[in-house]
Design a protein around this ligand. Structure first.
Ligand SMILES: [Zn+2]
Length: 313
């Protein structure tokens, strides 16, 4: 009996020793991380205010160059206000972006619904807000799917790295960080983009054209999106195909039906619906078009299949 007690005590002491070694090692690691920061930066971090705050439908982000290399992230629960709620983003109390969350036809009033969102601010001063809208708190607590909808805001940089956003003007959806390579975006997520020209926001829905074994074409001002199966036109450019014979493409485009706003072309831009300025300017950035394999269309619309297009006329 006495031997068992001694073995038990020794085992307990060994556990304590292991625990001590593990925690002291962790402390060493975190000290090393802090060592990378300058004394000025350490002093600033000790005295700083909370970096990300939410007041009703407004998100406040504190910014200063000493945040370089330091990431912050908050998960916030926002009760949406108004039928078409607006989430306003402030940097050091200056309004920098407004994202309007337009309602879907089958969930027409977002007032009082709950937006649970992740707000990361990265060490390179980029911000990408994503989250899910729930009908009410009960749906959020139990993660119920009724009318649940995912929302991704267009990523942006704080003023210290504003030039990085300027480099992306007119680039494709992937280049602008609205989809990611290696990550498959399913249905039930919408993107909210902000026009480079008029700064109004607009909601965008999409299909994965690769999964439909189809290619897509936008009309002149992207008022219409059509999806055409590779069985219909084998000569259409494939997804990710970079060497495209533009003469052949032109011949093919002549066979496509006319649209409300002009014609379908492979390199037509996806436009801001408010001022019609190109948001994805594929004429200018042709290399981005094959990488953008998602067919986009405005919220509450849907792409028209090529076959039904002719029936419609
Ligand atoms: Zn616009």
């Amino acid at each position: 009996m006495g031997t068992f007690l001694i073995i038990g005590i020794l085992f307990f002491l060994a556990l304590l020793l292991v625990f001590y070694l593990l925690t002291s090692n962790n402390l060493n690691i975190s000290t090393k991380n802090t060592d990378r920061l300058s004394d000025i930066q350490k002093d600033f971090l000790e005295k700083r205010k909370k970096r990300i705050e939410v007041v009703r439908n407004e998100i406040y982000i504190q910014n200063y160059h000493l945040y370089s290399g330091i990431s912050d992230r908050e998960t916030k629960i926002i009760t949406l206000e108004g039928t078409i709620p607006e989430i306003k983003i402030f940097e050091n109390d200056q309004l920098i972006k407004t994202f309007r969350i337009e309602p879907k036809n089958d969930n027409p009033n977002l007032n009082g619904q709950i937006f649970e969102c992740e707000i990361p601010v990265h060490g390179n001063f980029s911000v990408q807000i994503e989250g899910a809208i729930y009908v009410d708190m009960e749906h959020l607590l139990y993660k119920k799917d009724v009318n649940k909808e995912y929302v991704r805001f267009q990523p942006f940089h704080l003023s210290h790295r504003k030039e990085n956003d300027e480099k992306l003007l007119g680039r494709g959806m992937i280049a602008r960080g609205l989809h990611y390579f290696g990550h498959l975006d399913g249905g039930n997520i919408r993107l909210i983009c902000v026009c480079d020209h008029c700064h109004e926001s607009f909601s965008v829905d999409f299909y994965h054209a690769g999964f439909s074994d189809a290619q897509y074409f936008y009309s002149t001002h992207s008022k219409e999106t059509t999806m055409i199966s590779f069985d219909t036109f084998r000569e259409m450019p494939n997804h990710y195909q970079q060497d495209i014979d533009e003469n052949k493409l032109e011949e093919l485009e002549k066979r496509l039906p006319k649209t409300q706003d002009g014609e379908f072309k492979y390199y037509n831009p996806f436009c801001c619906p408010h001022c019609l300025a190109p948001f994805n300017d594929y004429q200018k950035f042709k290399e981005d078009r094959p990488k953008d394999i998602y067919a986009h269309f405005y919220l509450n619309q849907s792409p028209v299949s090529y076959e039904t297009f002719f029936d419609r006329k």
